[in-house]
Design a protein around this ligand. Structure first.
Ligand SMILES: Cc1cc2nc3c(=O)[nH]c(=O)nc-3n(C[C@H](O)[C@H](O)[C@H](O)COP(=O)(O)OP(=O)(O)OC[C@H]3O[C@@H](n4cnc5c(N)ncnc54)[C@H](O)[C@@H]3O)c2cc1C
Ligand code: SF4
Length: 509
């Protein structure tokens, strides 16, 4: 039966069972549509990276004798929406059946479901064969439980998939989690390695994108584009990481530094989220490296937890909460995203470095996203949904299913604590401990009040003071509220008015 199979831009998995054999009756379609580039303002590297990887995937399929229809961004017949292009293709190719892989974003999931209910063709949605869990598995694990805890889901996953286990129920190292050993600051040693990612010249593709008048922001160098664009490149990049970089991942997972973009992080999120790499193979390789005595247990466990634990948990949380995630705003924060989020021009060194890095590289690592940018946004009272759109646009790995729960739930506590047991916020103290950003900063890390006082210091106490009715009973915040109660009333008054002044003048901080 003549069948059309849709492949989305984040479904570039050459090992999917769809491609195991060729069939003259099956057509694959990939399309570059403005529907997908324009739903949020995107970083130039994100648009370039996804289109380039899709074009590479088309070459792979053709080389393996599959029939491929590829609709380019400037093709005359391109109607720039999945529905319109698919309808036209059904007619042009006399298609009798339509198939697609489960979209990871609810927006597309809804759209394709409703499209299938309207067409007069049989249709089928198949698994992407990528994740360890089904969409509903995390929800099922927490059925009838009061609180969702990533740690208990993670232990369930370790046991279920027998990863880093001594025997059926006993973890290697006799501990499930080595996070306490993963908090070293970095002061220049061990040495980081040069970025070994492949360089691509995508100038021609960039010109096509410009011609299509797609809005974008951020820095890119199309002639030296750095992200892996197919499975071979992604594997090579990941193998290099496992062999040379991973050894220090655990120790310095939370460290930040002015001169280092990547520290000892893997930079695999783009390849993983577009499914060039599978989480199964990534985890098995890291596990093997531990068994070959190449890395310590705290490194192996710390890395595997990110993927087997956090990544799967975040996805399950997304599908369980999608109906409310778009409206969550627990603290009723209303401040717009400051204009310097789009150019990095702030006097706060930590934000200047982290935001500029995101604008230049379409990448910042977890602690920059969480404990610098997210931390400030929550303390200042930025609207969580506006912030979600900023995060969704800025990073090359940003797809709603993973970005949104991280922003709304983990970073902004906008869901009232369904995902995180307490808000991830800090004063300058934490940032200074984990980075060298405070050195040479316009603001003083030690001061709470005064012209040069670090904004984090007053905003932190203001946040807990203003939100006491919502947070004071949280058992994990007992110490914070005790400190607040014990603070000299005059000092507290001055700290709160300092915070108000900073919020009023957020554009000039
Ligand atoms: C506000 C905020 C927004 C985020 N937005 C995204 C996003 O859009 N896309 C995205 O993939 N990740 C996102 N994350 C999670 C995390 O920051 C990135 O996965 C990580 O920085 C990617 O870099 P890496 O590949 O070098 O990761 P490494 O530090 O090397 O970690 C390895 C892998 O673990 C996984 N991982 C680690 N932490 C998380 C997490 N919290 N949630 C899900 N997976 C995780 C990722 O797949 C990552 O590639 C966000 C985190 C925060 C706090
Ligand atoms: S002093 Fe404050 S604003 Fe400056 S880098 Fe340190 S934490 Fe950031």
């Amino acid at each position: 039966m003549k069948t059309l199979r849709l492949i989305l831009g984040d479904q570039l998995n050459p090992n999917h069972s769809w491609f195991k054999k060729t069939d003259n009756e099956i057509y694959y379609v990939l399309m570059e549509v403005k529907q997908e580039t324009d739903y949020v303002l995107h970083h130039a590297q994100k648009i370039l990276g996804i289109f380039a990887a899709m074009r590479d995937f088309k070459v792979f399929l053709t080389k393996h004798n599959h029939q491929v229809i590829y609709i380019k961004i400037n093709d005359k017949a391109n109607q720039h929406s999945f529905k319109s292009n698919l309808t036209a293709l059904f007619k042009a190719h006399k298609i009798k059946k339509f198939e697609y892989q489960e979209p990871d974003e609810a927006r597309l999931d809804e759209e394709l479901k409703s499209f299938c209910s309207q067409i007069n063709l049989p249709s089928k949605c198949v698994s992407t064969e990528h994740f360890f869990t089904s969409r509903q598995e995390v929800k099922e694990v927490f059925e009838n439980k009061k609180q969702w805890l990533m740690e208990s889901f993670y232990r369930y996953m370790r046991k279920k998939h027998q990863i880093l286990m001594k025997d059926v129920n006993e973890p290697i190292g006799s501990k499930w989690n080595f996070d306490n050993e993963n908090r070293k600051a970095w002061n220049g040693t061990p040495k980081t390695l040069k970025d070994a990612r492949p360089k691509h010249n995508h100038s021609a593709l960039w010109n096509e994108i410009l011609k299509a008048k797609i809005q974008s922001f951020g820095k890119h160098n199309a002639s030296q584009f750095l992200w892996p664009l197919n499975r071979q490149e992604a594997l090579k990049h990941f193998d290099f990481f496992v062999k040379n970089v991973l050894v220090h991942f655990g120790d310095y997972q939370d460290a930040m530094h002015k001169d280092e973009t990547r520290m000892f992080h893997s930079l695999i999120s783009f390849a993983l989220n577009t499914k060039m790499l599978s989480p199964h193979e990534v985890i098995r390789k890291v596990e093997r490296s531990y068994h070959d005595n190449q890395i310590s247990i705290n490194t192996a466990e710390g890395f595997i937890r990110q993927i087997l634990g956090w990544r799967e948990y975040i996805r399950g949380y997304y599908w369980a909460n999608i109906s409310s995630l778009n409206n969550e705003n627990y603290f009723n924060h209303q401040l717009p995203v400051p204009s310097w989020f789009w150019n990095g021009q702030t006097q706060m060194n930590c934000l200047q470095y982290s935001i500029s890095q995101s604008l230049n590289e379409a990448y910042s690592h977890h602690i920059q996203r969480l404990m610098v940018i997210g931390n400030f946004s929550l303390l200042a009272g930025i609207h969580p949904q506006e912030l979600h759109h900023w995060y969704l646009g800025i990073h090359i790995d940003a797809f709603e299913w993973v970005e949104m729960p991280n922003t709304i739930g983990m970073s902004q506590f906008a869901d009232g604590g369904k995902l995180a047991s307490k808000p991830y916020v800090s004063t300058a103290n934490y940032i200074n401990k984990m980075s060298n950003y405070c050195e040479g900063c316009h603001y003083s890390k030690n001061e709470k009040i005064g012209e040069k006082a670090c904004p984090f210091n007053s905003l932190y106490w203001n946040f807990f003071s203003v939100n006491a009715t919502k947070l004071a009973k949280n058992p994990r915040l007992g110490i914070v509220y005790k400190q607040l109660r014990d603070m000299n009333p005059d000092l507290l008054k001055n700290v709160l008015s300092q915070a108000h002044r900073y919020i009023q003048s957020i554009e000039t901080l």
